[in-house]
Design a protein around this ligand. Structure first.
Ligand code: HEM
Length: 410
């Protein structure tokens, strides 16, 4: 019998081994699986690369509203009551055209490769700060808790324009929002605890918007607070949601990749040595880490017309979830997908999604991850695992919660 119900189990989906085992099983034996469970509205589970790419490319046939990520019905209903939408927020990932295109255009220029490359000196400075911090810990640290969780947060916060003293609060809020299935990170027991977290995000960013309209600077907050679409400032829900998606999407994913990338290197000393000897491979290595970790486990879409996949008919109005890590290990498209290879040609991976919603921050993510390893590795004499890695229990954005390491600096 198909284990499709495990797809929502945060302990199965949070752990790299159990997640890839489940997704591999589904991809090979039941690639278009029907998920039906009393706690959830039903949806289809898509695990083949060709299907996920097709769905992501056809944004008019497979829309993001009203269901964006898998949530229990109880939580969807609570959001509906509070915000009038099952998503709660109105971020880019919750929107469809024509609104999506207009709002994406607000920051499109800002996130292009050229402007992002200009951030290199700031990102290098923050990376150096974290490598210094690691060195100061005298050879032993929890690479995830002490470094990987905090470094991308500093980067995205400094780009947005959040003050350093407010970062710990933002980290907590983001973990509560994305990690709300993990008992260690959740604010409360029940499914509606996420609601209180959302309201805190709102309160914080409302203050930021008011400030940047009064005192514009050159940060992303100023771009967002002062952006106009069709001659008007963005509506409050759209604007605050924009901050939330940038702050949250911009750090959790990159943290997970930095931590998971380090684990992959520690388990493969020959890859670590190769990267250490060839820093020019850092960008390719970052792309491979992103494919390997695939921190965003899934996104949902809803059909606007019937469609056939692998011989099954899906009906207009039904929802589906695309599982990016499954696509990224699909041997039909990716050569030797279970091999971690920092020199791989990584054009086909779908970790950033594809099509009209493809990750806006992808160039920044690659820059951040590559710069970190470029700064760290030349200064390291050796590094090894010093304890059991632990995973966050999550079925949306997942990654390590702890990675104890021992190391010596040169
Ligand atoms: C390794 C790091 C990252 C991964 C794996 C990742 C992955 C993704 C995925 C899978 C999507 C949905 C794509 C789709 O529906 O087709 C997405 C959307 C998005 N990401 Fe990322 N992301 C990463 C880093 C970032 C960063 C650093 C930012 C920067 C602020 C960012 C901002 C966004 C935004 C704004 C969207 C919504 C785009 C839209 O719907 O138009 N992400 N990301």
């Amino acid at each position: 019998m198909s284990r499709v119900h495990d797809i929502v189990d945060p302990s199965v989906m949070g752990n790299e081994d159990s997640m890839y085992a489940l997704l591999g099983e589904l991809r090979e034996n039941d690639p278009v699986a029907y998920f039906d469970h009393p706690d959830y509205e039903p949806f289809w589970v898509m695990t083949r690369h060709e299907d996920i790419k097709y769905i992501s490319q056809n944004n008019d046939k497979f829309i993001n509203n009203p269901r964006t990520i898998i949530m229990p019905q109880e939580f969807e209903q609570a959001l509906l009551a509070q915000f009038g939408t099952k998503n709660g927020l109105e971020t880019l990932i919750h929107m469809d055209n024509p609104k999506h295109r207009k709002l994406r255009n607000v920051t499109r220029e800002w996130f292009k490769p050229g402007p992002v490359a200009k951030l290199t000196p700031i990102v290098e400075e923050i990376a150096r700060e974290f490598v210094d911090r690691m060195e100061a810990m005298n050879g032993e640290c929890d690479f995830v808790k002490d470094i990987a969780l905090l470094y991308p947060l500093r980067v995205i916060m400094s780009i947005i324009g959040v003050a350093p003293e407010e970062e710990p609060m933002m980290l907590k809020l983001t973990q509560e929002l994305f990690g709300n299935q993990d008992p260690d990170q959740s604010r409360g027991e029940d499914n509606t605890a996420g609601m209180a977290v959302l309201l805190d995000f709102f309160a914080y960013f409302q203050k930021v918007v008011a400030d940047r309209r009064e005192n514009p600077t050159d940060d992303l907050a100023t771009v967002l607070a002062n952006a106009k679409v069709d001659g008007e400032y963005l509506e409050e829900l759209d604007l605050i949601s924009y901050f939330i998606i940038t702050a949250t999407a911009g750090h959790d994913t990159t943290s997970a990749t930095t931590g998971g990338g380090m684990k992959a290197l520690l388990e493969r000393p020959e890859q670590l040595a190769k990267l250490q000897a060839n820093p020019e491979l850092a960008s390719a290595a970052a792309r491979e880490m992103i494919r390997w970790v695939s921190p965003v486990r899934h996104m949902m879409r809803t059909l606007t017309e019937d469609a056939e996949f692998q011989g099954k008919m899906l009906k207009k109005g039904e929802s589906l979830a695309v599982f990016y890590p499954a696509a990224n290990r699909d041997a039909r498209v990716i050569d030797n997908p279970d091999v971690f290879d920092i020199e791989r040609d990584n054009r086909s991976h779908l970790a950033f999604g594809y099509g009209g919603h493809m990750c806006l921050g992808q160039h920044l993510a690659i820059l951040e991850v590559s710069i970190f390893f470029k700064e760290l590795l030349p200064r390291l004499d050796w590094i090894e695992l010093a304890g059991e890695p632990k995973w966050v229990e999550a079925n949306f954005v997942g990654g390590l919660k702890s990675l104890p390491v021992r190391c010596a600096f040169k």
